[in-house]
Design a protein around this ligand. Sequence first.
Ligand SMILES: [Mg+2]
Ligand SMILES: [Zn+2]
Length: 199
Amino acid sequence: MLQWPDKLSVTQTQSKLVILDRDGVINHDSPAYIKSPQEWNPLPNSIDAIAKLTQHGFMVAVATNQSAINRGLINEQTLLAIHNKMLNLITQHGGDIAQIVYCPHRPDENCLCRKPKTGMFEELKTYFQHDLKHVPYIGDSFKDIEVAEKAGLQPILVLTGNGHKTLADVKKRQTYIPIFRHLGLAVNAIINNNIKGSI
Ligand SMILES: [Mg+2]
Ligand SMILES: [Zn+2]
């Protein structure tokens, strides 16, 4: 589901796009879910990192699993309020979020959009009219790496949120994944066109 179906503006026609996971990448995650704007609190440097992407001509989108909705813990209005808090903070710092796509479903609903399924990336592709091949997708969970690979994006792991747990799973594999301690360092590497990440 797109958060802001009509948001795309003429200024958002840059060819550069970066897609971010939300919980554990932009804000502190919680095993009890983020259920209110008060519970949504940014990780250090994440707001500035997003602003930096905007200032360097990147469109920034967010793709996030929000099963809290169909678990009955929050409704869509609350999610919108949470995202408005996030967007307000980012715009105050000179950044922008071009679009947010979220999956409201529980795992047992077997939808096509809950990561590691690729449905949200199909939605973003249609919305932006933008090929997602090699577009960076920055996440903290193993399903973020999986979905990026399935959808042809460039997975990037950050070690905030679930990142350290995910690192153990990533290390068992043969394929190379860029890894950064936090979003700020991942963004610096993207801007410098060097995603051969190191921690
Ligand atoms: Mg996450
Ligand atoms: Zn879904």
